[in-house]
Design a protein around this ligand. Structure first.
Ligand code: TRP
Length: 330
């Protein structure tokens, strides 16, 4: 049987090179013609934390364009927006009805929010946040996904998905497929301009889709120590070197290491890093500039994607409705 690999992308913010290295590039590498790949924009997940409608809308477009520019082929994959497949929400409710509250009490994201909101936890935490893992389970179980690539922060959600599916299968009929996680153990922290983890909330990101000038400026802002040119430098514990490793082969990396030992100046080192990043991003950027010109492109891609995907979802949801005793009359 073909593997069905499913990846959900929460639509918050604009993608930066940390997202590219950590999520987009490895996911697209995994997509191949032997397996079926599902990539979806998890906009109902985004609504849990963000009630700014303009931001939600803009982010869906930015993220969709980023993935397409990076090489996602909507003809070879199922690429859709979660909210365009309402059967997912139908399944969410059905799963809510069989999920023990105690299971959700254990979710890390919920527990972290509880700890932050100690003062008045019940007020600060929405039902959406509380039952977030059920929505994620529905995303996965709707399509009989067999494999879900996850970072370490999502492993628990996948275990919960398996628990929920097993419970459904036990109560009704074995209709739901228990997914396997693909744990991305080489998942490494991508460092940002100030040496902390690259994250929009730290304001230390290197942009993915901005023009060359902005990219260069951003690379030049990486914080280094104040060693003069000619003084040997340590490549461990150096943000410039660390980022370079993501854009160069082993030979170039050892060459760069030698240049550090020989006292390369920070200006030169950053220039080399910029060239490496820019070489990889150039074709992506030029595709992005083409795609963004065509206002209808994104809508057309998403509309085709949801049509194709809904066919699967509709078939599955009618089987599920039938076993729980809610048949459609028409
Ligand atoms: N919760 C995931 C995240 O924050 C995104 C997501 C939503 C997802 N639904 C999913 C991931 C289903 C995998 C499968 O990264």
């Amino acid at each position: 049987m073909k593997k069905r690999i499913l990846t959900g992308i929460t639509t918050t913010g604009t993608p930066h090179i940390g997202n590219y290295i950590g999520a987009i590039r490895p996911a697209l590498k995994m997509a191949n013609s032997e397996d079926q790949s599902f990539f979806f924009l998890a906009d109902y997940h985004a609504v849990i934390k963000n009630q700014d409608s303009d931001k939600i809308e803009k982010s869906v477009e930015d993220i969709a364009l980023a993935w397409l520019s990076c090489g996602l082929d909507p003809k070879e994959t199922f690429f859709y927006r979660q909210s365009d497949v309402p059967e997912i929400l139908e399944l969410t409710w059905i799963l809510n009805c069989i999920t023990a509250k105690g299971l959700m009490n254990r979710a890390h994201a919920y527990k972290a929010a509880m700890a932050l909101n100690k003062e008045d936890a019940d007020k600060g935490i929405s039902m959406g946040l509380f039952s977030y893992p059920v929505l994620m389970a529905a995303d996965i179980l709707m399509f009989d996904s067999t494999h879900v690539p996850v970072g370490s922060d999502q492993i628990q959600h996948l275990e919960m998905t398996r628990d929920i599916a097993a419970r459904f299968n036990h109560l009704y009929k074995p209709l739901l497929t228990l997914p396997e996680p693909i744990i991305q153990d080489d998942e490494k922290v991508v460092l940002g301009l100030d040496g902390r983890k690259m994250s929009k909330s730290y304001g230390n990101v290197i942009p993915l889709l901005e023009d060359e000038k902005v990219l260069r400026k951003s690379v030049m802002k990486i914080v280094t120590n104040s060693l003069e040119p000619g003084v040997p430098k340590n490549s461990d514990d150096c943000t410039v070197f660390d980022l370079y490793k993501n854009f160069a082969d082993d030979n170039s990396v050892s060459e760069f290491k030698k240049q550090y030992e020989n006292g390369i100046s920070w200006g030169e080192a950053k220039e080399i890093l910029f060239d490496a990043i820019n070489a990889e991003l150039k074709p992506i950027r030029s595709r992005y500039e083409d795609l963004i010109k065509d206002k209808n492109y994104i809508n057309d891609v998403l509309s085709d994607g949801s049509k194709k995907t809904r066919l699967l979802a509709q078939e599955k949801i009618s089987e599920i409705r039938e076993v729980i005793g809610i048949k459609r009359i028409s």
